[in-house]
Ligand binder design. Structure first.
Ligand SMILES: *[C@@H]1O[C@H](CO)[C@@H](O)[C@H](O)[C@H]1NC(C)=O
Ligand SMILES: *[C@@H]1O[C@H](CO)[C@@H](O)[C@H](O)[C@H]1NC(C)=O
Ligand SMILES: *[C@@H]1O[C@H](CO)[C@@H](O)[C@H](O)[C@H]1NC(C)=O
Ligand SMILES: *[C@@H]1O[C@H](CO)[C@@H](O)[C@H](O)[C@H]1NC(C)=O
Ligand SMILES: *[C@@H]1O[C@H](CO)[C@@H](O)[C@H](O)[C@H]1NC(C)=O
Ligand SMILES: *[C@@H]1O[C@H](CO)[C@@H](O)[C@H](O)[C@H]1NC(C)=O
Ligand SMILES: *[C@@H]1O[C@H](CO)[C@@H](O)[C@H](O)[C@H]1NC(C)=O
Ligand SMILES: *[C@@H]1O[C@H](CO)[C@@H](O)[C@H](O)[C@H]1NC(C)=O
Ligand SMILES: *[C@@H]1O[C@H](CO)[C@@H](O)[C@H](O)[C@H]1NC(C)=O
Length: 761
């Protein structure tokens, strides 16, 4: 490590290299990103020589007041140092501040490697700080970085994640400038993306201590003003040595690529292990759901209890051959106490008279089980005569004891528990003073749950998570899945998960759309509603890469519709990444021009490892204008040699290139949504294009297609259930040819395309 003194103004222009666009590459360079740092503590961020952001006031609450740079916050010296970490060689400028009795170092760290296009801002509390509360839990107790919200040239737009369900429910898009209205902040705040319409994008978010850091949009009447990052406003004391970090990430390839790169940085920093996501039964297989929106949500068959109803659900599904591989029990099954919180997490005799293990033995189905916030009279708390450490407040309580989770998970395994759904994360958090005023408690709560899940082989679904919980999952690999929109309500628009899925994908968490009905009218349902958009809900679930969870009344499933998701084993045939809204959709929402009005999402399947082949998927629904979609705008890059066809008309192949776009029109509605498939011309003479298994939403998926080999003939190795019948289609010189394959005893077969043969193994 070395030290040098910064001279008046240091301008760091970050590197030079070329960005590789397309498919699954998020590689970026920091070329174009410039940070100006002044020794007086000011800084600015520029993109391509244009200033995007100027620093606002640096401040720290300490000793009961707000200490602002230039006033009560004294800059004693500015130093620089450098070093090497996991991401390479770095250089750092340090502003040494004193706020009353507290010494705080605010620092800006940049990397010398042009493949690390980000800047880390940090606040190091050398000797801690007392009485730091900002007077409002939704403010921040500090600001570094902090930026003024000013109009730039070119015009910038923003996307601010906020609210619950992974920052979905209150997300906002708009133009950035003096008149920008409320950016999401405080408890409900989340990552902020700033962008122009040519691809330049900056993402700003917490980079550590996710549960106790916040963004604060400080303004007069919520207009203009500045935006600050620091410790959340309710925290009253910061311990010595505490470091708060904020990352500013740049990419010139648009919002999706920027979010992917930002997520890649964070996942790599926290060594997030994706093996739990990959192996989670409830992500890989079809499941039956009973949560809000489901037919059997706080409702059983007439004259029957839940025990009988669940058994009958299983019988019906076996009869019609829907291969559900697990079942979800919602909040109807356990004991509730004060404020309707969970009192005891075991099944009630009125629900399962013979117990949850009996039901498991009857159905043989593994279980995903719901839980909510803890009531203050929970029987597990030592305060109430139980065995475990809790913090108990007036209405709610929060467990601070890994042994509680060990107990719940080991007991749960006896009745089939494989996945634990922690719902009401936002209410548990803001409902407990101990979680919003202490800098560590909230992280401890979630970490103990995650650690015990890992030990006991249980995965976790987050529901009603704020962005802070979402980002905390970076450190908790057993958090494999999360709800990314409001609760299902038949006929409503909670299927619009294209923007929250960008965030979930970045965190390495599988996004979940929630349950859906596969038929329109389900008599006697508890909501008095109907669902006209069964297909849309089904396709969105499958393209999400998260759980697929129908929730029909017994007797009312559309089996062929449900089975478009999966193979005969219930294995979901999914794309390689979640379908996400294209950048142009977000530009349209932010700037009022430049893209589709409606939902246009894209994804793809990667087949093979070396020289991977890509099969693109485009979903368009609820479209209000006409938009020309090119491969580049779809996020696939400037590809050549690809064809596009529509699900409804697979016989009509057309070129798909930037010169030959596909027209997205208002004909793509919610009932008649448009689904396009993009496939490479695999051989030119004769011209061969793989259409795939056209009875599935994802006709070419890595779950079905193991290998595509080309020598004398094109040989496709497919896999599935033993004896499964699979019809695979091709276009050969413009003529559709289909091969029916009966998979062998090993559940695989090889399709020889030109010979039109299927050889089962
Ligand atoms: C930024 O300005 C400098 C100096 O005028 C110039 O050399 C450089 O090419 C510019 N960079 C970009 C990306 O426009
Ligand atoms: C720069 O970063 C890239 C991506 O993280 C890494 O592969 C490469 O080794 C780094 N180069 C140096 C010189 O540190
Ligand atoms: C915070 O308060 C504790 C207890 O009164 C005291 O020992 C410590 O010095 C204070 N810290 C600062 C930075 O003022
Ligand atoms: C469930 O099955 C297991 C294993 O066969 C058995 O030990 C247990 O007693 C059964 N439980 C109930 C409640 O039927
Ligand atoms: C659903 O019920 C409504 C009202 O009875 C009826 O008009 C409609 O045709 C039904 N839809 C389907 C798909 O059965
Ligand atoms: C079931 O879904 C298919 C689409 O997969 C549709 O054609 C059919 O009309 C649906 N049947 C019912 C009864 O809704
Ligand atoms: C896209 O690719 C084509 C063919 O390789 C090339 O002619 C064209 O210049 C490329 N367009 C862009 C914007 O890079
Ligand atoms: C496909 O090609 C790879 C690499 O050449 C080879 O290892 C593999 O055995 C081939 N598979 C089939 C089914 O021919
Ligand atoms: C597959 O077919 C064979 C031969 O008919 C039969 O013995 C076997 O049970 C079948 N397997 C499944 C999973 O149906």
């Amino acid at each position: 490590m070395f030290l040098y003194v910064v001279i008046i103004l240091s301008v760091l222009s970050l590197g030079h290299s070329v960005q590789k666009p397309g498919w699954d590459s998020w590689e970026s360079s920091s070329e174009g990103l410039i940070i100006n740092i002044n020794t007086n503590g000011a800084y600015s961020i520029g993109v391509n020589n244009v200033t995007w952001l100027n620093s606002g006031d640096t401040f720290f609450f300490a000793n009961g007041k707000r200490n602002v740079a230039g006033h009560d916050l004294k800059l004693t010296q500015t130093t620089a140092d450098g070093g090497v970490d996991k991401f390479g060689e770095w250089t750092r400028t340090n502003f040494h501040y004193t706020a009353g009795t507290s010494q705080i170092i605010a620092a800006i760290k940049t990397y010398n490697n042009d493949s690390t296009p980000f800047v880390i801002f940090s606040q190091q509390y050398v000797n801690g700080a007392n009485n730091t509360g900002a007077g409002n839990v939704d403010y921040s107790t500090s600001s570094f970085p902090g930026f003024k919200i000013e109009k730039g040239t070119p015009a910038l737009g923003y996307l601010s994640y906020g609210g619950m369900m992974f920052g979905d429910t209150e997300k906002k898009m708009g133009s950035w400038g003096y008149s920008t209205t409320k950016i999401n902040y405080g408890i409900k705040g989340g990552p902020l993306a700033l962008f122009d319409q040519t691809g330049n994008t900056i993402i700003i978010s917490s980079a550590n201590n996710f549960m106790s850091t916040s963004v604060w949009h400080e303004s007069f009447l919520d207009i203009g003003g500045s935006v600050h990052w620091g410790t959340m406003g309710g925290v009253t004391e910061v311990p010595p040595g505490h470091v708060v970090e904020t990352v500013l990430y740049y990419h010139n390839g648009g919002i999706n690529k920027a979010m992917e790169g930002w997520g890649e940085y964070l996942r790599s920093r926290y060594n997030r292990d994706d093996t739990y996501v990959k192996s989670d039964l409830t992500i890989n297989y079809l499941g039956y759901w009973t949560d809000n929106g489901a037919y059997y949500y706080y409702k059983t068959e007439d004259k029957n209890n839940y025990q009988q109803t669940i058994t009958d659900v299983k019988k019906y599904n076996d009869k019609v051959k829907i291969p559900y591989r697990y079942i979800q029990y919602d909040s109807w099954w356990y004991y509730k106490g004060r404020a309707n919180g969970v009192k005891t997490w075991v099944s009630r005799p009125d629900v399962f008279p013979q117990g949850s293990q009996y039901v498991f033995n009857q159905t043989g189905l593994p279980v995903s089980a719901h839980n909510r916030y803890w009531s203050s009279d929970t029987t597990y708390a030592k305060q109430n005569g139980g065995d475990y450490n809790f913090i108990v407040e007036l209405l709610l309580a929060v467990p601070m004891d890994e042994k509680l989770w060990d107990h719940l998970f080991t007991e749960g395994r006896k009745w089939g528990l494989v996945s634990y759904e922690q719902d009401w994360l936002n209410d548990e958090f803001f409902g407990m003073k101990a979680l919003t005023t202490d800098i560590n408690n909230a992280k401890v709560w979630l970490t103990l749950m995650g650690k015990s899940a890992r030990k006991n082989g249980i995965t976790i679904q987050y529901c009603m998570s704020n962005s802070r919980h979402a980002m905390q999952s970076l450190e908790l690999p057993t958090v494999t899945q999360a709800r990314v929109s409001n609760d299902y309500s038949p006929g409503q628009d909670q299927w619009k998960i294209g923007i929250s899925s960008i965030f979930a994908y970045a965190m390495g968490v599988a996004p979940f759309k929630d349950n859906f009905w596969s038929t329109t009218n389900q008599s006697g349902n508890p909501y008095g509603r109907s669902e006209p958009y069964n297909g849309l809900n089904a396709v969105v679930s499958t393209l999400s890469t998260g759980p697929v969870g129908p929730s029909d009344k017994i007797g009312l499933s559309n089996v062929s519709l449900i089975m478009r998701c999966c193979n005969d084993d219930g294995l979901i045939l999914k794309p390689s990444k979640p379908a996400t809204a294209i950048d142009s959709q977000i530009y349209q929402a932010a700037f009022g021009s430049g893209g589709p009005i409606g939902e246009v999402w894209t994804t793809y399947s990667n087949i093979g490892f070396i020289d991977a082949r890509h099969f693109g998927i485009i979903l368009a629904a609820d479209i209000q204008n006409t938009f020309q979609l090119t491969p580049t705008l779809a996020g696939f890059g400037n590809i050549t040699g690809y064809k596009i066809f529509s699900m409804d008309n697979p016989g009509k192949l057309t070129d798909f290139s930037d010169k030959s776009p596909v027209s997205i029109t208002p004909a793509c509605s919610k009932i008649e949504f448009c689904l396009y498939y993009v496939s490479p011309v695999i051989k030119t003479s004769p011209e061969v294009v793989i259409l795939g298994e056209l009875s599935k939403w994802v006709p070419v998926s890595p779950q079905r297609v193991k290998e595509i080999n080309q020598s004398d003939d094109i040989i496709i190795t497919i896999t599935g259930k033993q004896n499964e019948s699979v019809t695979f289609s091709f276009s050969v010189d413009g003529i559709i040819r289909s091969i029916n394959c009966i998979l062998g005893s090993s559940g695989t077969a090889q399709i020889h395309v030109e010979a039109m043969k299927c050889l089962p193994d």
